[in-house]
Structures are given as C-alpha cells and as structure tokens.
Design a binder for this molecule. Structure first.
Ligand code: ATP
Length: 371
C-alpha cells in the first residue's frame, strides 16, 4: 500500500464568492472530517466548482474562512496547501508516458531515485495500471486515463484530494465500475476526498456524507440515508430521487405523532420531528417506494396514512412498476411497486385504488409555507 500523508480536516466558515452581482457561493459553513469521502451534490451552476477552486487555492473567497486542520488557508498559494485536484477532463500530459505523468508531482517535491520509483510503482498498482506504465495517455481508454489522473494526484501525497465530476465524461457502465474503484482507493489510502457531482445516485453510492447545494447555499448535510430518507427541504426531496409532496395543515399532535389535513387524503400523519402548531401549513413528503397499493376492498394496516385515488398511468420500469394516481382533491401521488410484489390488477388506468404507507415514512419538510 502506498505511503500516504495524514488526512486533513476541512472547515468552511461563511464562505462567499461573488462574480459581479451574482453570488456563486453564499455563506457556506461546512466541516469535512479527516479521512472522509465527502460529496457536494447539486445541479449545474449551483457553485460546486467555485467552492472546490477556493479550497484548492485557485480563487479566494470574498468573505469567510477556509481552514485545513484549523489553519486559515486564505492567501496561501495552491502548491502550499497539500491539496490536489482531479478534473473531469483528466488533464494528463499527452507527450509523457503514464509513468512520467504519475511521477510528475512526486518529482516536483524533490523526490528522486528509489523513493520516486516506489511512489510511482505503488500508485500505479493502486489504480491497477502497472502494466500500462510505458503507454501514452492517448493509448488508453477514458476510464484508464482517469485512473492515471487519480494516481498522479495521489502520488504527490496530498492530505486532501478534490475531485470535480471525475467520472462525468465516462459512459454509464464505466462510471459504475470506477465508482467501486474510487471507494476502494479511498479506503486504501485514507486521504480525505472531497467530491463534486450533479449525479445523485453517484453521491449516494460513494459518500460517507453528502452536502446538497442549491443556488450557492447548502440545503442539507448528512449521511446518504439522511438526505434520502429524511430530506430537509423541498429542493432536496425533489433533487434526490422521486418524491411526493403533499401540502397539508396541522390538525393536531398526540405525543410523538402529528396529524395533518391534506386535500384528497383520508389520513395523513407524521412522526413529530420538529415544533409545529395547530393550523400551521406545512409540506409533507413520502417516497414512492414506501407507498403500497391495495385493492379498494382491502384494508391497509391500521394507523397508516391512507387515500383512495384513480390510477392514471402505469409504467413498467423493470425492477419496479410506477403508478401515477390522481387524488380526489386534485394533485397526484406516485407509487413504485417492486415487481417481486404481487399487485394483481390494482393498476389498470381508470381503476380506483387504495394507497397506504407507514406514517414513519412521512417526512415534514423544514421550510413550510408560512414559516
Ligand atoms: P457545473 O456543474 O455546471 O460545473 P457548478 O455547480 O460547478 O456547475 P460553478 O461553475 O461553480 O457551478 O458556477 C456557479 C455560478 O457562478 C454559475 O452561475 C457560473 O456561471 C458563475 N461563475 C463561475 N465562474 C465564473 C467566473 N469566472 N466569472 C463569472 N461567473 C462565474
């Protein structure tokens, strides 16, 4: 296993960056733990690259502090930060062999001779490209070129590796393969990885934790299960996976449950996750795979959220079948039924259907309409 440097902790405090009148990064506070595989996930233009460039030292924030292990980095040039970046475009030197590409950053640190050979050899092994050491980058596939870029970035011994959409140029099959490779590589070297992507599935698969970014701000920071199962905002609920959003009014609370009124929904309740008051307008979400379909005459388990609607669309997607159901009060609810589950003919368009889910899976969004 290659020698590595102690991984670093990253602290962002009120980091803001403007381009003329546009705020690209807006007061971002974030702590990335040492040795963590951390992803910043958000749509194109939300400020992810600008955030990475500031951490790398290619740009300075207009406001706020960027700390590595508690030391303020603002004004410290990139080469003195112990930080390296892997880009979507690989950025390899085309005239150099794979070996020379990987050796480049190590040599710049003044390492020569046996130590240089060891560092390059170990990093080529790490990315499983030892047999391609003599080739030029153009003689490699896109996936192999990206592995060289990763080896090159890690061989110089950074304490933090920034990865800006590194798999963005690869096809879906290769992406999946390299995702697994990246997880293994990060586990082996233990370096802190800060990964930027707009691909929600990629972030869920790879990361120890995720920050979801929208319009320069962080909407939620949490473990993959947190951001998926308990989205904090409407944006997070909609950006990660598919979500049903139900507008509702709080009608009461009993102990650990909040009872809600929502047009067309027979019964809607959620676990008490935050302070609410009777009459407050809120938004609740439920993931489609949590919603079960029943024949109109069947009973759903008691205490479950429940409604009756009319099937509008049935879409077979292989793993599951997607049902879009019109609610009596207007609006729709989507349910995914695993194709291992028998749903009989619950799903013909035009048929009434009962939908129900365990209230544990109803999530109250943090920003409600009159907060
Ligand atoms: P993508 O995934 O498309 O790369 P991103 O989330 O990385 O997007 P940024 O590249 O950080 O987003 O850009 C954030 C916003 O700042 C965008 O609206 C972009 O147009 C703007 N921006 C970025 N760099 C500059 C610049 N050098 N000058 C002016 N505006 C910029």
């Amino acid at each position: 296993m290659p020698d590595t440097h102690a991984p670093v902790e990253v602290g962002l405090h009120g980091v803001t960056k403007r381009f003329s009148d546009q705020v690209a990064v807006d007061g971002v506070d974030l702590n990335v733990h040492e040795g963590e595989f951390f992803s910043v996930l958000g749509p194109s233009g939300c400020g992810k690259t600008t955030l990475l460039r500031m951490i790398a030292g290619f740009a300075d924030p207009d406001e706020g502090r960027i700390e590595l292990d508690g030391v303020d980095m603002v004004g410290v040039p990139p080469y003195r930060r112990d930080v390296n970046t892997v880009f979507q475009s690989y950025a390899l030197f085309p005239h150099m062999s794979v070996w020379d590409n990987v050796a480049y950053g190590v040599k710049r640190k003044g390492v020569r001779g046996a130590e240089l050979k060891k560092a390059v050899g170990e990093h080529l092994e790490l990315v499983r490209l030892a047999q391609f050491a003599k080739r030029r980058p153009t003689q490699l596939s896109g996936g192999q070129q990206q592995r060289v870029a990763i080896a090159r970035a890690l061989a110089a011994g950074p304490r933090l590796l920034l990865l800006d959409e590194p798999l963005g140029a690869l096809d879906a099959v290769l992406r999946k393969e390299l995702q697994i490779e990246l997880m293994r590589i990060q586990r082996e070297v233990g370096t802190t990885f800060l990964y930027v992507t707009h691909d929600q599935e990629e972030a869920l698969v790879l990361s120890h934790r995720i920050a979801v970014m929208n319009a320069g701000k962080l909407e939620q920071v949490g473990y993959p299960e947190d951001v998926y199962e308990r989205p904090a905002t409407r944006f997070v609920a909609g950006f990660i996976g598919t979500s049903n959003i139900l507008a509702a009014t709080v009608s009461g609370a009993d102990g650990s449950w909040v009872e809600l009124d929502s047009p067309g929904v027979t019964r809607l309740r959620a676990a008490l996750q935050r302070d609410v008051r009777r009459g407050q307008r809120v938004e609740a979400t439920v993931r489609p795979e949590k919603v079960h379909l029943y024949d109109e005459n069947e009973q759903a388990p008691s205490g479950w959220c429940e409604l009756t609607g009319v099937v509008r669309d049935v879409v077979y997607t292989g793993v599951s079948t997607q049902y879009v159901v019109d609610l009596p009060g207007g609006g729709e609810l989507v349910a995914f039924a695993q194709n291992t589950r028998r749903v009989d003919d619950a799903g013909s368009p035009g048929q009434p259907v009962r939908m129900a889910w365990d209230p544990e899976y109803t999530v109250l969004l943090e920003k409600s309409t009159d907060d």
